[in-house]
Structure formats: structure tokens, C-alpha cells
Write a protein that binds this ligand. Structure first.
Ligand code: GYE
Length: 347
């Protein structure tokens, strides 16, 4: 009884104190630059002594994308002298175009665009150029008539990633003494029209084209998501009995595909029925590489925030920047996914 009353008393005090505590924590957090602005409507006058950057992120479709967003948020903090306006387009180009127009009307200092698809940017990027706002393309690339519509592009070399996948398969088949056997391949492609998908498809096809015994049974878009990866893979498994290799253009689709394969009673990975080639190399996928579930993962580095902030620093100092910067990338198999790699992978 007494204990009960005490508990009620403590709860009442806690209730009265709560708003004050929350306010204090918020003020501390704000002071430490923990909160970046995610509201597109914010008055940027507040940030007159910071560099104002409008970031149009294409969506949140994958683990890789979350890591890419976090990298940007870590780079554009108040302590680093930035005021970031962040917009998530949920995989729709029209939302990105709207966001860019919004950034222009707010007179931001820089626009960072991670474009969902390659084409269709000429008009809106011209508007940004006319307003004198430099545009930095992040992660995927754009195809525009006039390349001066953006200052630089910081991202990954997706054609090369596709080629790395092909070269790995060549070596793998030699090691398995299957270099001359017929090999049946299916490809889970990312988002239609996205440069990451176009590049990986082209890169892998180049190598596949050098081998008459490699048969690409089918390639289909699966949007870089777990759900679609599983759905498309289940369809492939129903249609083709003898799939030897799955090339899945990101880890999320791979997770879905592996589920579908296992549900069909087949096995995956090292020593399994179906060889799995994936892209991204996020932490959870690397664990699966270490245990032999995924044969190889072609790394795609989402840590691009720092690079972009360096480009902005150069532009602020009036230095010349290159038109293209690629981030470093590796290839992971069971042999090189050490405990240290797993422990240090933050995404
Ligand atoms: O591989 C995938 C994401 O554009 C490189 O987009 C990026 C890709 C990445 O959804 O996971």
C-alpha cells in the first residue's frame, strides 16, 4: 500500500518534470548539432552563417540507402558549419523535382541530388543553374544534354561493379572445374532506369558475352527491395528448373531471393545448388558471406557524405573540382570477410 502511494508520488513528480527534462535534452542536443533539419519549409535565414545544403535523397528502399543517408547526415552537421534541408523522395522522380524547386526557392547554397533514374533532369537542373546554385550528383548518375548543369558527381562505378561480378564468376567456374559446362544464370535487376542498375547490367553482360556456355535465362527488375527480390526469384524458380547462378544487383534483393530459393527446397552458396552473387556488402550480407550463404559480394560504398563535404570545401575555396569522383570499393568472399571486417562495418 505504502509502496504504491510512493510510486504514485514519484510518477507525479516525474510527470511534472518531464517537459522540463525533454526541453533541456533538446536544447543540449541542438547545441551539440545532433539535430539536422528535415523540414523543407524551414526559413533558411536562421542559418545565415552556415552553408545551406538541400539534399534530395531518392528513397529508403534498402539497407545501403539508409547507410548513405546516415553518411550525409554525419557530414552536414551544424558543428561542421552546415545547415541541411533533407528530402526523401520515396523512389519518385517527381518528388525529387519538387524538392529541387523548393531548394531553389529557398536559395540554398548547394543542392545534392541522388537521382532515382538517369534521365529527365535537364529542365530542373537548368532552373538550378539559372538560379546560380551548384548541383552535386551523389551515388547514381544523370544523363543530361549539357553536362555543365551539374558541378560534379560523387558515386560508384557501377559498370565496373558488374564486370567484377563477371570476372569473379569466371574464376569461380575455373576453380570448380566447370569452366566449359553450360551455366544457367538469372539476373535480379534494380530499379528500371537507375544508373546503378543500368551499369551493373551492362558490366556483367560484357563478361557474359565472352562465354558461349553462359546462358542468361532471364533478367527482371526487382526494384532493389527484399520483397520484390523474393517475388521475382520465386517466379524464376517456378519457370526454370536448372538455375546455377543468381546475380542479384543489391543485398536486399539477395535476402529476398535466398528466402525464395530455400522455400523451394534448394540450397544456396558455397557447396549449394545455386551460386549467389550480390552487390553492396552491407554488414548483414557480409555475415552471410562469412558463413558461405552468399558466394561473393561486390562492395558498393555508401559513405559518400565526407567526399561531398570535401568537394564543397574546395568549391568554397574557389578550387577546381573534377567532373567525377569514385569511392573505393572491394570484393568480399569467405576468404576475406574477417571478424575485423564485420566489427568495423557500420552499415
Ligand atoms: O546498390 C542499392 C540501392 O544506387 C548504388 O541503390 C545504389 C544502389 C544500391 O538501393 O542497394
Amino acid at each position: 500500500m505504502r509502496e504504491n502511494r510512493m510510486n504514485t508520488h514519484i510518477s507525479r513528480i516525474a510527470l511534472v518534470m518531464l517537459p522540463a527534462v525533454v526541453l533541456l535534452m533538446f536544447m543540449l542536443g541542438w547545441g551539440m548539432g545532433l539535430f539536422t533539419n528535415i523540414d523543407e519549409e524551414t526559413d533558411t535565414n536562421e542559418a545565415s552563417d552556415s552553408i545551406v545544403v538541400g539534399v534530395s535523397q531518392l528513397g529508403s528502399e534498402s539497407g545501403w540507402r539508409t547507410a548513405n543517408t546516415e553518411s550525409v547526415q554525419r557530414a552536414f552537421t551544424r558543428q561542421n558549419g552546415y545547415f541541411m534541408i533533407f528530402s526523401n523522395a520515396r523512389q519518385k522522380q517527381e518528388n525529387q523535382i519538387k524538392a529541387i524547386r523548393n531548394f531553389i526557392s529557398q536559395r540554398v547554397d548547394y543542392i545534392v541530388l541522388a537521382p532515382v533514374v538517369e534521365s529527365g533532369w535537364d529542365t530542373v537542373l537548368q532552373e538550378a543553374k539559372d538560379a546560380g546554385i551548384p548541383v552535386i550528383i551523389m551515388d547514381r548518375s544523370v544523363k543530361v544534354e549539357d553536362e555543365s548543369l551539374y558541378v560534379t558527381c560523387v558515386g560508384t562505378n557501377s559498370v565496373e561493379e558488374g564486370q567484377k561480378a563477371g570476372r569473379w564468376l569466371e574464376e569461380h567456374l575455373i576453380r570448380q572445374k566447370k569452366a566449359d559446362e553450360d551455366i544457367n544464370i538469372v539476373v535480379l535487376k534494380g530499379t528500371e532506369g537507375a544508373s546503378a542498375q543500368i551499369g551493373r547490367t551492362a558490366g556483367f553482360s560484357m563478361i557474359a558475352g565472352e562465354h558461349d556456355n553462359w546462358h542468361i535465362l532471364e533478367q527482371e527488375y526487382a526494384d532493389f527491395t527484399i520483397y520484390k527480390g523474393k517475388e521475382v526469384m520465386a517466379r524464376f524458380l517456378n519457370k526454370y528448373e536448372n538455375i546455377d547462378v543468381v546475380v542479384s544487383q543489391n543485398d536486399d534483393m539477395t535476402f529476398g531471393a535466398i528466402e525464395a530459393i530455400r522455400e523451394s527446397g534448394r540450397t544456396v552458396g558455397v557447396g549449394g545448388d545455386i551460386t549467389i552473387i550480390s552487390f553492396d556488402a552491407v554488414h548483414d550480407a557480409l555475415e552471410m558471406v562469412a558463413e558461405g550463404t552468399i558466394n561473393v559480394d561486390i562492395e558498393c560504398n555508401p559513405e559518400q557524405g565526407e567526399y561531398i563535404s570535401e568537394v564543397i570545401r574546395m568549391l568554397e575555396n574557389g578550387e577546381e573540382v573534377e567532373k567525377r569522383y569514385y569511392v573505393e570499393e572491394d570484393i568480399f568472399t569467405m576468404e576475406n570477410v574477417t571478424q575485423e571486417v564485420l566489427d568495423t562495418r557500420i552499415y
